[in-house]
Design a protein around this ligand. Structure first.
Ligand code: MF3
Ligand code: CO
Length: 247
């Protein structure tokens, strides 16, 4: 069931969302070649704890880290480990913070040094997909207008959208209704009431859309080995548009 938040609930959500926003910016300032994905996770853990929040991902369904750090052909849920980031890599960092009884959720894809022209475009188009997705969206509209606009922008640029993972509602739980796919038909899906808080998160691949999960049960990689990127914000649907809480 989709339950819009009250204004006082939204006020409480601002804090975990601010922490997500600032943590992603902090990672962006520090990430670089020579760093391991585990070191990225350590930055995230310490930042979130220093804000008096909890890293929602840690222990979620047994997930062993505070952030998902997904390099190149890993699309989402990369488990931080000893992998060393190299010049030319693209690295998605996805993290959630829990405070005030609510979660905030966001992701960015970072370029490590100079990346190929194709990877540069992939990262740029993935971000654009988020903004194209929410363009013109406001309360009362069918949700999959967002999905449609994300898919259009990705495919127009020669990329594909991941089918097996979606955006989601968020609140007391990290994943609430509705599910927010990155593909769909304009004019379909539930009509969204003002106050509904959702995460819109384009996951875009340079090649085909098929993914497989590695034996660790988490790491999700593109079956064709091509790169993928991820960009996510938590936002409130308003009468006259959307209000982004993690930007
Ligand atoms: N933050 C992710 C999302 O965008 C979920 C991470 S899965 C976890 O929905 F296990 F790492 F928590
Ligand atoms: Co999310």
């Amino acid at each position: 069931m989709i339950r819009p938040k009250t204004e006082s609930e939204i006020e409480l959500m601002r804090e975990p969302c601010r922490i997500v926003k600032e943590c992603l910016a902090y990672v962006g300032e520090h990430i670089g070649a020579g760093m391991t994905t585990k070191e990225v996770d350590d930055l995230v853990y310490r930042f979130i704890k220093a804000e008096g929040a909890e890293p929602s991902c840690l222990g979620y369904c047994g997930y062993p880290a505070s952030a998902c750090v997904s390099v190149n052909e890993v699309v989402v849920h990369g488990i931080p480990d000893g992998r060393v980031l190299e010049e030319g890599d693209i690295v998605s960092v996805d993290l959630c913070a829990y405070k005030n009884g609510f979660h905030g959720d966001g992701a960015r894809t970072f370029r490590i040094g100079k990346v190929s022209a194709e990877n540069d475009k992939l990262v740029r188009v993935t971000e654009e997909c988020f903004f194209k997705g929410i363009e013109g969206f406001k309360a009362g509209m069918p949700l999959y207008n967002i999905s449609y606009q994300v898919q259009q922008h990705a495919e127009r640029n020669g990329f594909s959208v991941i089918r097996s993972y979606t955006g989601h509602g968020i609140g007391h739980e990290m994943h609430e209704d509705p599910s927010v796919p990155n593909f769909g038909r304009r004019g379909t899906g539930p009509r969204i009431e003002a106050g509904t808080v959702i995460c819109v998160e384009p996951m875009i691949a340079a090649g085909g859309w098929r993914v497989k999960v590695l034996d660790d049960g988490w790491t999700s990689v593109m079956t064709d080995g091509k790169c993928a990127a991820h960009y996510e914000n938590t936002l409130v649907v308003r009468e006259d548009g959307v209000e982004i809480l993690t930007l």
